[in-house]
Design a binder for this molecule. Structure first.
Ligand code: BMA
Length: 810
């Protein structure tokens, strides 16, 4: 039922002329914004400040209408099934109301057999303005504190739709997931919930099945996985059963880097009288166990994820909806984005609570790639009312989503909310709340009860952050999970080193998107850090000033926009690399870091590693290095320096590390060799002798530690770049054509700090395989550039395409 839909605005003073009274074709699944855009009736919402002119859309009621043919048969039931409606909908079939909905995060099913006519039938779905609905509840229940001045906590709809500190305000409406008629007789599978674990070396599936009946006879559920088949009969009058399947020593599912992602097809069939197939269901499951270790220890209480009884250091990224308009997020696009995460050595995605319960495609890809997933329940940065209808809606939504996602081996953790418990403690909520509900009952009672009842195989953690109990501050770094935001908001990034956290679930640092992304989205002429489009595509409080504060602390002053763009991107990469290396160097006290954030939903200056057009920022390359299985890093320890080797891999790591203190012109001042012997899943800290840790002339020297491939090399500079006595950058470049691009070989004549190529400045389609490479005099690096256009070799090897820090030195 995805064809022939028409859309019109319900008349109102806010509806612009030219749209009022007009009927346009509607994409289903889709949303009003994308239909208006496709019809040429609105300007691209991502371009310049067009967002401003589109606020009326969310304040308008919309009518979707289609006519479809139907020939009634002898079936017991014909249901109208809506996988997702956004959000406040009234459905009318042939003039008769069939139902109303008010929750984007649920699916709906209506028995419409008696309303269908032979031949043409008309289905109308009217969406009321999400604002009007939310504001009515806000007035009725009393306002509650919220991080942004929008009523997103008074409607069960994706919160970031109302704008965020990285996203525009585009309050959508529409049939955002599949819709259609489902014809069935006797009985159908209503819910299928496989609880998959390990029992020693054996695989175990506890399968909980609920059916819906149209008639009374006994039916049989048959389940098969990995050659094991089990049947259970559901007698007349009953609607549920449980089956257990035991598989002897199956190939297991592992997170990436720890083993294979073996998946087994689980087939469930519902058989009626005479063995007739009534319904069927199938998913690819994975046998694995999950456990959280939170038992108090000498440092506080840990937060350590164990998969198949192996402790996994979480190298995570936070995930937000990949587009403001969800139906533009195809499987192909998710495959690209999750592929980018995997290629950056990420092993966990946290699906943040201001977005959505991620799609089946998202989870299927995560299963395939061995990416672990933490899914937040959908509450973010606000005090949420627990009064009706919200209590019942939240319960229904949670039951549906816990069931829907149960089959996925990648899903290893449910979290109650994003920052709401922390906010209740620290964001001055308690006085304005004056005792009104704020969500505590969801996070500490309802949701843990639902997870324990429906899916006891998975851990639940009440919030991000959360410290394990109400007697401990929810963001205490010594207990459970923590978010570190003082670094971006008020302090320099070196402050990450002041923390010894057990698990950092959010920390981030901003940078603008790629130049080609800015150029596509903004018509500012010239582009400047504060030109109108740039300013509109920076949503964070004081974002520009915070970027500047970071530059001032570390890097030479930018002379123009090109410098500013390069240096802010570099600073983002440096900040996060410093944080990750520090946190990883404290394994096993710290057992995870989740960087805020992997992706964007439009072109914007944000904390992302991959921008809204899918282009990788320098941070992505820094993350790939900092998140490698084997990490070599120089860290301050006490008065001196230490070399820390972190081994997240399954085999022991033995190597010698050559450590040299040398001048920027390449003359060695001191040398030593250290033997590394790092067992699997551990780290080793070796103090560096004073003659290495102490420079003769700090501004003129660096430290290089090299343990050979694959860990590569660790660097330490004794001063900030802005104080370092750089030689002006000098190199020899050789550019060779290759099939679809160029190979660029740079040989350094002086130290070249963080050499990076920006080929998107020459061709928006161009990509490069490496970035942020520091070369010593005489060393070479080779970059492979893929492009559509034939790139000019001279342009490829000069400013603003080829950059390093010391090209700012005259
Ligand atoms: C965290 C997140 C988001 C926000 C980000 C950057 O608190 O949970 O709400 O976008 O910070 O400010």
């Amino acid at each position: 039922m995805h064809h022939g839909w028409l859309l019109e605005a319900v008349p109102g003073p806010q509806v612009p002329e030219g749209i009022a009274g007009r009927t346009l074709p509607a994409a289903v699944p889709g949303c009003v914004h994308s239909d208006l855009l496709a019809a040429g009736l609105i300007a691209d919402p991502f371009h310049d400040d067009n967002e401003r002119g589109l606020a009326w859309i969310g304040r308008t009621d919309w009518i979707y209408r289609t006519t479809f043919r139907h020939e009634p048969g002898a079936d017991d039931r014909v249901d109208l099934v809506c996988a997702g409606l956004d959000t406040v909908a009234t459905l009318t079939l042939n003039g008769v109301e069939v139902g109303r909905t008010e929750n984007m995060h649920r699916g709906y099913r209506f028995d419409v057999r008696s309303l269908l006519r032979p031949g043409d039938n008309t289905l109308v779905v009217r969406f009321d303005s999400a604002y009007r609905y939310a504001e009515a509840h806000q007035d009725r229940l009393g306002d509650r504190p919220n991080a942004y001045p929008e009523p997103f906590h008074f409607i069960r709809k994706m919160a970031c739709n109302f704008g965020w500190d990285w996203g525009p305000t585009m309050v959508t409406a529409g049939i955002w997931q599949e819709i259609g008629l489902h014809t069935w007789s006797t009985a159908r599978l209503a819910t299928v919930r496989p609880l998959v674990t390990l029992d020693g070396a054996d695989g175990r599936v506890e399968l909980r099945v609920e059916i819906e009946r149209a008639s009374g006879e006994p039916v049989t559920v048959r389940a098969a996985v990995a050659g094991v088949t089990v049947d259970a009969t559901i007698p007349a009058g009953e609607v549920a059963t449980e089956l257990t399947l035991s598989v002897r020593e199956p190939a297991r599912w592992w997170p990436r880097g720890y083993g294979e992602q073996a998946r087994h097809s689980l087939e469930v069939t519902l058989l009626g009288p005479g063995g007739r197939t009534l319904d069927s269901w199938s998913r690819r499951i994975g046998f694995r166990s999950v456990r959280l270790d939170t038992a108090p220890d000498a440092h506080g209480s840990p937060f350590a994820l164990h998969v198949n009884d192996v402790p996994v250091f979480v190298r995570g990224v936070n995930w937000i909806p990949d587009d403001v308009f969800p139906t533009r997020i195809t499987r192909g696009r998710l495959a690209e984005r999750l592929g980018q995460a995997a290629a950056a050595n990420v092993n966990l995605l946290r699906v943040w609570g201001g977005g959505r319960y991620e799609s089946d495609d998202f989870y299927d890809l995560a299963d395939e790639l061995g990416l672990l997933v933490q899914q937040d329940f959908l509450f973010a940065c606000a005090a949420y009312p627990e009064e009706e209808p919200f209590g019942a809606e939240v319960e229904a939504e949670a039951r549906e989503q816990v069931t829907r996602l149960a089959a996925h081996p990648s899903l290893v953790l449910w979290t109650g909310n994003n920052e709401n418990i922390w906010a209740w403690h620290d964001w001055d909520w308690q006085e304005p709340l004056a005792g009104r509900s704020w969500g505590r009952g969801y996070y500490l009672e309802l949701l843990p009860r639902i997870v324990a009842e429906l899916d006891p195989t998975r851990p639940y953690w009440p919030g991000s952050p959360w410290s394990g109990g109400e007697d401990v501050h929810p963001n205490d770094p010594a207990h459970g999970t923590t978010h570190i935001w003082d670094v971006w908001n008020t302090h320099d990034y070196t402050r990450y080193r002041a923390y010894l956290p057990r698990f950092v679930a959010e920390f981030g640092y901003q940078a603008p998107p790629a130049y080609a992304t800015l150029r596509r989205a903004l018509s500012d002429e010239p582009l400047a850090h504060d030109s109108p489009g740039m300013a509109h595509h920076q949503k964070a409080a004081d974002g520009d000033a915070k970027l500047q504060r970071g530059l001032d602390a570390h890097l030479p002053a930018p002379r123009d926009f090109d410098d500013w763009h390069w240096l802010t991107q570099l600073n983002q990469a440096r900040a996060i690399q410093l944080g990750v290396e520090h946190f990883r160097s404290h394994r096993p006290v710290c057992m995870g870091t989740i960087v805020w954030q992997l992706n964007d939903c439009w072109p914007v200056t944000s904390w992302s590693a991959v921008d809204g057009d899918g282009r990788r920022k320098p941070l992505w390359y820094a993350l790939r290095r900092a998140y490698a299985d084997r990490l070599l890093t120089v860290q301050p320890r006490g008065e001196g320096l230490a070399l820390v080797a972190v081994n997240d891999g399954p085999t022991d790591w033995r190597a010698s590390a050559a450590v040299t203190r040398l001048t920027l012109t390449g003359e060695p001042r001191a040398k030593t060799s250290l033997e590394l012997d790092v067992p699997a899943y551990s780290s080793v800290t070796l103090a560096l002798p004073a003659e290495l840790a102490r420079p003769d002339e700090a501004r003129h020297e660096l430290l290089v530690a090299d343990a050979g491939e694959p860990a590569g090399r660790a660097l330490w500079f004794f001063t900030e770049d802005k104080e370092t006595a750089w030689q002006p950058a000098a190199w020899d470049a050789v550019v060779e054509p290759i099939g679809d691009g160029r190979r660029v070989r740079i040989t350094a004549r002086t130290v070249l700090r963080d050499l990076t190529l920006f080929p998107d400045r020459l061709d928006p389609a161009a990509t490069v395989d490496d970035a942020l490479v520091t070369l010593l005099p005489g060393e070479s690096a080779t970059f492979t550039v893929r492009a559509r256009a034939a790139l000019d070799p001279a342009a490829l090897t000069t400013r603003p395409v080829l950059r390093c820090v010391n090209d700012l030195v005259a």
